[in-house]
Structure formats: C-alpha cells, structure tokens
Design a protein around this ligand. Structure first.
Ligand code: MG
Length: 215
C-alpha cells in the first residue's frame, strides 16, 4: 500500500548503484588505470562547466547531447592544467564497467516483483555508447518490459520529463508506481511527482523497504 492507501502496480528501478555494485568502484578503477584522482576528475568537470554554459558536461553526455568522444576530449582538456599533461583516458568505458558487478540480491528482488504481477520498468541515467556494456550485465529484457535511458530520450533524472516519459510508457499514474534509486535527488523528484520511492543504501535496507511498500 502507498501512503494514500493505493496499490503499487509497477516498479521503476534505477540501474547503476542499485542493480550493480557501487559506482565508486568504477571511479577508483579509472583512478588506478589513468593515474587521475577522483578529485581531479571532479575539478576538471567543474572547470569544464565554468568554461561552458555552467552545466557539468557529464549531464550533456547523459542526455545524448554530446558524444562520448566529445565528453572525453573536454575532460582531457580540463585535466591538462591540473596534471601538467593531457591524459589519454584509453578504455574509459571498458574500465568503468569491468569494475562493476551485478547486485544479485536486488536483481532477485526485481524478479520477485515481476513474478508478483507488477509492471517493471528501468529508468537509467546512462550513455548511448555504453548500452552494449551494461545490457550484458543482467537479464534486462527478461525482467523489464521497458527501459527509459537518458542517453536516448534526451532528458536525465531528476528532470521531470524523464519521469513523465516513464509513466507514459507504462500507462500508469505515478501514484501506482514505486521508484528505486540510490540518489536522494532522484528519489525526491519522483516523490514530488507522486511516486512512492525507496532510496537504495544497501541491499538489506532496500529489499525490506521495497517489500513493505508492496505489502
Ligand atoms: Mg544510480
């Protein structure tokens, strides 16, 4: 039951950090591979935003407004003054995904939700060029009837439009949907639109909260 006494008919799950192990592992792997600290990556992104229209170029990449190659070029350009050289950043996406594993307890929970008759959607901030890598990590099409991928729909969480596209795809009101995401900002945006939401912190907590919401 939801807070207003309705019934949850659909589960909308994030991908990275919910159905996978923490993304921090990927940033640490990139750090090891390229000798560039997470702090320097962050600083370079801030500098790139300031040099452009103020927005983090990662957000543009996630909306598919720029290509991965363009994003990496921006990153390299703004890392150069911090490092004293322009890093190559070879195999960026491969290193990112090699550091991630499927989060089996959460994938099992999603199977359970589907088996209970719930409609299932995945809503992910992602990158067009990364689709072949993340799709092989879990049985996406077996569990989810639809995938709303920021890289292809042109909006990213927490933008209202991407939640609306999700509701349109599954044909249900927000009040019938449970949203699961590891980012507080994304959960808040979902709640504002009327979704029930569970913020993933660890599998035990999230599984308990999802089961309670569906009970
Ligand atoms: Mg996430």
């Amino acid at each position: 039951m939801t807070e207003d006494g309705g019934t949850i008919e659909a589960v909308v799950s994030d991908f990275g950090g919910v159905l996978t192990t923490p993304l921090m592992n990927s940033f640490l792997a990139l750090q090891d591979a390229h000798g560039v600290s997470a702090e320097h990556f962050g600083e370079a992104m801030r500098a790139a935003a300031e040099a452009g229209d103020g927005e983090n170029p990662l957000f543009k990449l996630e909306r598919g407004d720029i290509k991965e190659a363009e994003y990496l070029e921006i990153l390299r350009e703004h890392l150069e003054p911090l490092l004293g050289h322009r890093p190559e950043l070879h195999r960026f996406r491969e290193i990112f995904f090699e550091a991630l594993d499927p989060n089996e307890p959460m994938i099992e929970l999603m199977r359970e939700c589907k088996a209970s008759g719930r409609r299932m959607a995945m809503l992910t901030n992602n990158v067009q060029e990364w689709e072949p890598l993340w799709r092989t990590m879990l049985p996406v099409d077996e569990i989810f009837e639809t995938v709303i991928d920021s890289g292809f729909v042109g909006y990213r969480k927490p933008e209202r439009q991407i939640y609306e596209i999700t509701l349109e795809r599954i044909g249900l009101p927000a009040s019938a949907c449970l949203f699961v995401d590891d980012m507080e900002l994304n959960c808040e945006a979902a709640r504002e639109l009327g979704f029930a939401a569970v913020q993933y912190r660890d599998a035990e907590q999230a599984i308990a909260e999802v089961r309670a919401a569906l009970a």
